[in-house]
Design a protein around this ligand. Structure first.
Ligand code: ADP
Length: 618
């Protein structure tokens, strides 16, 4: 009970706490995830705007050159006259524009065939390394540039004169502006990072800007486009998205936000490691586990306390009630408290006291009545014995003289007199038999106390020997099983077996050979014997009556006897603490069972309830 209470109490509390903790954990996780994603979204939006305005600036720069009247006229002149002065002036103009306004900026001017006629970079002149008619921003990364030129962002625009395209101007930029926007990691914690991804003419993806965790590798390395779990890959295929279950170029799970910038065909990815984003959850988890542990310990201690102060007295009470119910009527409980349990203990003690005194009184009354009963029983037996014994003498006289009368006067008086004398003789004989039977019955069991150890087999053999001639004349077959050695009154046991076997012969069936089986079985502290026959059987309604003195189920003409045998057997058996009963099927046979206490193993033979138990046990 104590253990159960402790386990139950602690278990229920820990379960409740755990549920609360798990719910709290997930709510917190969601809240943290939301706040991290909001942060990432804000950074991504800002950086996208910065990149877009960077591109707008570049477009503005280009347009200002493309629409510059002096540039257009110089170009027209150069194309028409191939004038060196014009060429020099144009180069100078482009150099001024490039170096004055932006670092990492250069301009080329091409003819309509793509050949560079003038440039802010003198080395470019005369070459035609790219196609100026390509639309929009072209981003070249170092690895993909076959001409070995620097990585760059490029944008071309046509130069028109009188509505005709006379050439192109191309703006070149290195990545320093873009790098500045995306590699500013201040406030981005340990793993916050922005990636810029682009696609080359073969459709391969490359990083544009340096990676925060490059580990010495080339940040332009190609991206494996087959892995759709990669944030960088997704950034090129979706306009905008918040992602919480993808990995980055290191294969680490990250929280990320990405935007596709169509103008330059680039993907912008702003991300942070999931581990760092949720790092606060670890300490929360540890805190929760610790709290659960502490609370569990407190609950456990409380349960032990409750068990000590509440359950223990109840256990004592239960044990006392159990001892009391097993007959220890002197059982009392020490009353140590004044609470409900104390009151209960007190009430128990009062109740136990009342029952004990009532029991004592009852026992003394039973003792008194038992001795009264024993005395009147003895008186009765004595009376029956004396009466039957003393009646024998006058009866013998009556019997002798009626017989004398019969011998001398039969046939000498009239017919009625002969008949009367006959009745008198018969009556006297029957009375003699009855008195003899009564005497036998009242004598039965008188030799109580002559006990020795015998082999039951010898006893049965002796009984069978006494019935030898009847067994032979009836052709009865006897089957004797394993029988024990036991302490018994030899003569009484012979008489019991003899009576039962003799009845089995007497009440045999006319239609079959009588078979009589004697067997034994151990039941508790007694031996239970059985004498089974295949005789005429007994109607179950009379199975109790046959053990009463002078009770018979048949007339004297049918079967000889007076109905004393089983009554004597019952008296002998019950005197030694045993019991006798019969189980029978009319026309099938009967089995007489009787028990004999084994005095070798148990000397307590006087208990009435034990006798009943044997019967029940069988
Ligand atoms: P008795 O044999 O002198 O009549 P018992 O006391 O031995 O007296 O038996 C009482 C009655 O029990 C018998 O009259 C008989 O009807 C019945 N009885 C006893 N033993 C058997 C038996 N083995 N089979 C059938 N009936 C029996």
């Amino acid at each position: 009970m104590q253990a159960k209470l402790i386990v139950f109490g602690a278990g229920a509390s820990i379960l409740a706490l755990s549920i609360v903790a798990v719910v709290a954990f997930f709510i917190t996780k969601d809240a943290i995830s939301d706040s991290v994603i909001n942060g990432l979204s804000a950074v991504a939006t800002t950086q996208r705007q910065q990149i877009n305005s960077m591109f707008a600036n570049y477009e503005e720069d280009l347009d200002s050159v493309a629409n510059d009247t002096q540039v257009r006229q110089s170009l027209r002149h150069i194309i028409a006259t191939n004038d060196h002065v014009d060429r020099f002036v144009l180069n100078q103009t482009l150099t001024d524009r490039a170096t004055v306004e932006k670092t990492g900026e250069s301009f080329d001017i091409q003819d309509t065939f793509g050949q560079i006629l003038a440039s802010s970079e003198p080395g470019h002149i005369g070459k035609s390394p790219y196609d100026p008619t390509e639309e929009g921003f072209v981003i070249k990364t170092g690895t993909s540039d076959e001409n070995g030129s620097e990585s760059e962002i490029r944008l071309s625009a046509p130069i028109t004169f009188d509505g005709r395209i006379i050439g192109y101007v191309t703006l070149h930029h290195d990545f320093s502006d873009l790098d500045q926007i995306v590699t500013r990691y201040i406030g981005r914690r340990d793993t916050g990072e922005t990636l810029v991804v682009t696609r080359n003419s073969d459709g391969e993806l490359h990083f544009v800007t340096p990676l925060r965790f490059n580990e010495g590798g080339d940040f332009y390395r190609p991206i494996d486009t087959t892995d759709s779990n990669r944030l960088e890959v997704r950034s090129m295929s979706t306009v905008s998205m918040i992602e919480t279950d993808l990995v980055d170029y290191r294969g680490k799970r990250v929280f990320g936000v990405h935007h596709y910038i169509e103008a330059a065909d680039i993907g912008l990815v702003v991300k942070i490691d999931e581990a760092e984003a949720l790092s606060r959850l670890d300490s929360l988890g540890r805190g929760l586990v610790l709290t659960i542990l502490l609370v569990s310990i407190v609950i456990g201690l409380f349960a032990i306390f409750v068990a000590r102060h509440l359950i223990e007295p109840i256990t004592q009470l239960t044990q006392a009630a159990d001892r009391f119910s097993r007959g220890e009527l002197g059982t009392r409980i020490a009353v140590v408290s004044t609470d409900e349990i104390g009151t209960l203990s007190h009430t128990f003690n009062n109740m136990a006291g009342s029952i004990q005194s009532a029991n004592t009184e009852l026992e003394s009354r039973v003792d008194e009545r038992t001795s009264d009963l024993r005395r009147s029983n003895q008186d009765l037996e004595q009376f029956a014995y004396v009466a039957s014994h003393d009646l024998q003498e006058p009866l013998r006289m009556v019997s002798s003289y009626t017989q004398l009368l019969s011998r001398r006067y039969t046939g000498k008086l009239d017919h009625d007199a002969d008949e009367f004398i006959g009745f008198a003789v018969d009556g006297a004989k029957r009375m003699q038999t009855l008195i003899n039977d009564l005497l036998t019955y009242s004598r039965a069991g008188r030799s109580d106390g002559q006990y020795s150890e015998y082999d039951a087999r010898d006893i049965v053999d002796e009984a069978v020997g006494n019935l030898e001639s009847r067994i032979e004349s009836s052709d009865a077959e006897l089957r004797i099983g394993n029988l024990p050695t036991l302490v018994a009154d030899h003569q009484q046991l012979v008489s019991i077996f003899q009576n039962l076997i003799s009845n089995s012969i007497k009440y045999r069936s006319a239609s079959r050979t009588p078979i009589i089986e004697v067997s034994s079985e151990r039941v508790g502290n007694a031996w239970r014997f059985a004498v089974r026959d295949n005789g005429i059987g007994i109607d179950p309604a009379f199975t109790d009556r046959i053990f009463t003195i002078f009770q018979r189920l048949h007339g004297r003409e049918e079967y000889q006897g007076t109905g004393i045998g089983l009554a004597v057997v019952k008296k002998l058996i019950e005197r030694t603490g045993g019991s006798i009963w019969v189980e029978s099927e009319p026309d099938e046979g009967s089995t007489f069972f009787f028990t004999v206490i084994d005095r070798q193993s148990d000397t307590d033979v006087g208990e009435t309830n034990e006798r009943t138990n044997f019967r029940a046990a069988s």
